[in-house]
Design a protein. Structure first.
Length: 269
């Protein structure tokens, strides 16, 4: 039901998560340290499952294209994490807010909610990679299902990358000009969705699962992208929405005219 190489990866990742938790909370007092884990696991999984797959039957064209897409996605998020602050002790405003909310119980909350749950999500989400690399049907590498799935992954990677770059550029402009200090980004991809970067992230994981299903991955692999999607919709997005609404008066007008996640292109006004 679950291969030994998958179980080994889970055990190794659990220990790595515990180490990062201890470093982040007791050495630097910053949970930002763990942010690097999220984009690394799919990339490490690709390399790891390559060495544990039957190389003579490896669907190398499909695996190579997938690995390149994962590398693009991973390197972008790693760069975002590394360049978000020059101070390793800097902590994201969301974690800082949670410290105030949970007080003395924050350490327990951080371990289970900020470390273990994301670990489970990304591990289950990445498990599809194992089945993709172990698909022995090398004569039909690019079926309609696998081609569409790779397309969804590519769209997700591009969407998140472009949206984050547009946001970073806008933030620089806002810092440099007092005229725009209360402005809200509503151009580019952000003209069609208030959170296009999250939409790209969701598409990446859903596409990865669909590609896994095309390679005979079991249905339980869907738990990963499902949990990630729920985390985005009921966690990350509402927290961001509340902060933007409080901090920028113009945001209430943006909320009225731009969909929260999925673009409607004005069809349902």
């Amino acid at each position: 039901w679950v291969s030994s190489s998958l179980l080994r990866l889970c055990i190794i990742d659990f220990y790595a998560t515990c180490v990062l938790f201890l470093i982040g909370n007791f050495l630097y007092s910053s949970n930002n340290v763990y942010d690097i884990h999220w984009p690394l696991i799919p990339l490490i999984s690709s390399v790891y499952f390559y060495f544990y797959s039957n190389s003579s039957e490896l669907p190398w064209k499909k695996c190579l294209l997938l690995t390149l897409l994962i590398l693009l996605w991973s390197s972008h998020l790693i760069w975002q994490t590394v360049t978000s602050s020059s101070d390793i002790k800097h902590e994201d405003w969301r974690y800082h807010m949670m410290r105030g909310q949970f007080g003395n119980n924050f350490i327990l909350f951080a371990f289970f909610v900020l470390h273990i749950i994301p670990m489970i999500e990304v591990l289950i989400g990445s498990s599809s990679i194992y089945y993709i690399f172990n698909d022995t049907n090398t004569h039909e590498q690019f079926t309609i299902g696998s081609s569409l799935s790779l397309g969804v992954i590519a769209v997700g990677v591009l969407l998140e990358n472009i949206a984050d770059r547009q946001l970073a550029r806008f933030r620089c402009q806002r810092k440099q000009s007092r005229e725009y200090r209360f402005a809200v980004l509503s151009s580019g991809l952000w003209k069609y969705s208030r959170h296009p970067n999250y939409l790209g992230e969701i598409l990446f994981w859903c596409g990865l699962f669909c590609l896994g299903r095309a390679s005979h991955a079991p249905w339980w692999c869907a738990i990963g992208p499902l949990l990630i999607t729920l985390m985005m919709i009921f966690g990350s997005i509402p927290i961001s929405e509340e902060r933007l609404y409080r901090k920028y008066p113009e945001y209430k007008f943006v909320q009225r005219r731009i969909p929260i996640l999925i673009p409607t292109f004005g069809l349902f006004r």
